[in-house]
Design a protein around this ligand. Structure first.
Ligand code: ATP
Length: 516
């Protein structure tokens, strides 16, 4: 199961989809770079979303807002106070982790501690005895005899139930805007003795106050701009409720838990839409959007059954949400979130109206009534979507060769998502074939289709390379092309080849891509 992730991570690097950020300096935790093919895949996915959510709908318009917004936005939205994860330190192995991502162990249930080797287990055994006064029994790399406590969870790294108190930690990246130097302010206050005698909370509050005038934050979600610009967009575009504002782009969270490759990263891309509706119609619209969104993800998948809708339990709902569904995908390590569709009520517009003093309500010109719209928010992860489709597409199959069988790795990406749509391959590097192949590639460029000329290695190796990066079609220029103007077209999934006229090649590929 985790083997699959290893294979995907390795393919992603080897073939130019995803690299570790700043790799030559040892990498940066939870940061990734999308290479030439990854950039295409991500862009294709986001373009499909924009096309379906904005272009194809009369009731949704787009927005491209600043990453850094007025800090009051985050005060009003509750992010400054509440956008944090409960963090816990393990008292045994010192791992720091998110309490909501911990290993669930009910109170009174046996809690087995586990370590990478016997030496680590022995050290933990004596630490638990010395520092916590508990004697456990060691069996190889495991320690037995501990039980879960009223926290209901244990350390995900070693299984220990001995944990620090939960501490809130703000996930927003803070920066400073303008010509002031916040550290200079602090140094000055220190020199002037303004910090003398201050400790703990008081000291922290004073330091926060000194930094506050210049403090700004990188957005942790794209959503807030749609609320803040609600009135401008509604009026300038004469939008009538129900209508939506969509935005896609970068978000930033100082994530503590490193998880599964690009599933969770500090910098990631989101595709979010706020759909404003009349209160009372919100339940229907939530139903509508949850069905639309899961159908959208399934449409590009080989295995649509791996996507499911999971309603939030009442105790799981965010404080502002009336109801919420997660679209979950069955990752190799189990089900996890890909998109959330929430009924956020009038919470956000209400909060921003209150904090800014602006009017963020709507006058219905037909019914002659004024109200603050409710909001249905489908919020999806674009970079998480890239991971989902890499997992969905990765296939290995045994194929016959002249000398037996070999493993063929195929990335069965939906043609609309595939980084390269068609590879054009001269059978050999001479005899006029390269020239014809280049002319064919030019014809694709002229039609806006991402085609790739490729003459490196034998034709068999080239087919395998394009299978591995998900190129749905290969066109081969051979001796016969020069005689009768036909090319072979090879299908990535079936490996079937047939001849088509060179003059029809662009139309034929365009048709196949459209039919997807
Ligand atoms: P999670 O529970 O996984 O932390 P969340 O509920 O905090 O996610 P939302 O705030 O609802 O996430 O964001 C919407 C979507 O953005 C998520 O469904 C996910 O696809 C994506 N997303 C959120 N945080 C990250 C991250 N750190 N890295 C990559 N994608 C993310």
């Amino acid at each position: 199961m985790q083997d699959l992730m290893k294979k995907i991570v390795s393919l992603a690097k080897r073939r130019g989809f995803v690299y570790q950020s700043s790799e030559i300096y040892g990498g940066l935790k939870s940061a990734y770079d999308y290479g030439p093919l990854g950039a295409e895949l991500k862009r294709n996915l986001m373009n499909e979303w924009w096309r379906d959510m904005v272009h194809a709908r009369e009731d949704v318009v787009g927005l491209d807002a600043s990453v850094i917004m007025h800090p009051k936005v985050w005060e009003a939205s509750g992010h400054l106070a509440g956008f944090s994860d409960p963090l816990v330190d393990c008292l045994v192995c010192k791992e720091r982790f998110r309490a909501d991502k911990a290993l669930e162990v009910a109170e009174g249930e046996p809690a087995k501690l586990f370590f990478p080797d016997k030496g680590a287990a022995k050290r933990a055994l004596s630490l638990v005895e010395r520092q916590l006064g508990v004697t456990l029994e060691r069996r190889g790399k495991e320690l037995n005899g501990a039980v879960g406590n009223d926290r209901g969870y244990c350390c995900p790294n070693c299984g220990s139930p001995w944990l620090s108190a939960e501490r809130q930690f703000n996930l927003m990246f803070k920066s400073a805007l303008g010509a002031t130097d916040p550290l200079g302010e602090v140094a000055e206050a220190f020199e002037d003795g303004e910090l003398d005698g201050l400790k703990g909370r008081e000291l922290r509050a004073k330091l926060e106050a000194l930094m506050k005038p210049s403090a700004v934050y990188l957005r942790p979600e794209t959503a807030q701009a749609m609320f803040v610009q609600f009135a401008n967009i509604q009026q300038s575009m004469s939008m009538k409720v129900p209508f939506g504002i969509a935005q896609m782009g970068k978000s930033f969270r100082n994530e503590i838990t490193v998880e599964h490759f690009i599933f969770r990263s500090t910098e990631f891309e989101q595709m979010e839409m706020e759909f404003f509706v009349e209160p009372g119609t919100d339940d229907e619209w939530l139903d509508y959007w949850k069905e639309q969104r899961i159908a959208w993800w399934r449409k590009f998948a080989n295995d649509p059954d791996k996507f499911m809708l999971r309603p939030h339990e009442p105790d799981e709902l965010a404080h502002y949400a009336k109801a919420c569904y997660d679209i979950e995908y069955e990752y190799p390590w189990g089900y996890g979130e890909l998109e959330g569709i929430a009924n956020r009520t009038d919470y956000d517009l209400g909060k921003h109206a209150k904090h800014s003093g602006a009017k963020l309500d709507y006058f219905d010109p037909v019914e002659k009534k004024r109200y603050t719209p409710y909001v249905i928010e489908p919020a999806a992860g674009a970079t998480r979507g890239v991971l989902v489709y890499l997992i969905d597409a990765y296939t290995e199959e045994e194929v016959a060769t002249g000398r037996g069988t070999e493993t063929r790795v195929v990335l069965r990406l939906h043609p609309k998502l595939a980084p390269i749509k068609v590879a054009v391959l001269p059978l050999i590097k001479k005899g006029g074939m390269p020239e014809v192949a280049r002319e064919v590639v030019e014809a694709f460029f002229a039609r806006g289709i991402n085609a790739k000329y490729d003459e490196q290695h034998t034709i068999g190796k080239r087919y395998r390379r394009h299978d591995e990066i998900g190129t749905p079609f290969c066109l081969t220029v051979d001796g016969q092309t020069l005689e009768d103007g036909t090319l072979t077209i090879r299908d990535r999934d079936t490996m079937e080849q047939r001849r088509i006229s060179r003059d029809d090649a662009v139309n034929e590929i365009e048709r196949l891509l459209r039919e997807g």
